[in-house]
Design a protein around this ligand. Structure first.
Ligand SMILES: [Zn+2]
Length: 86
């Protein structure tokens, strides 16, 4: 799986968003460039938000997929998500 595919999979499976530190744990330090590509090449709607998934001493950012090229996740907003904490 390419790094971009890994990022796409993480974003798709983790509906509350994916912390930047999670990408680092997957050995993808340059995740920003891949997210840029997903936004611009595939027209994915990905928002950057302050991470509320972990207790960070400093500000960390998470990336949450709103809409991919096939699915609009906004309609699921009030549903319960499962989220894998690493
Ligand atoms: Zn975090």
């Amino acid at each position: 799986m390419s790094q971009e595919e890994t990022i796409a999979k993480l974003l798709t499976e983790n509906r509350r968003g994916v912390c930047g530190t999670t990408f680092l744990q997957h050995y993808i330090p340059r995740f920003g460039g891949h997210i840029f590509n997903l936004r611009h090449d595939k027209n994915w709607d990905i928002v950057k938000e302050r991470c509320d998934l972990h207790e960070h001493k400093n500000t960390q950012w998470k990336y949450r997929l709103i809409k991919s090229d096939t699915i609009n996740y906004d309609v699921e907003e009030n549903q319960n998500y499962s989220f894998n904490l690493y």
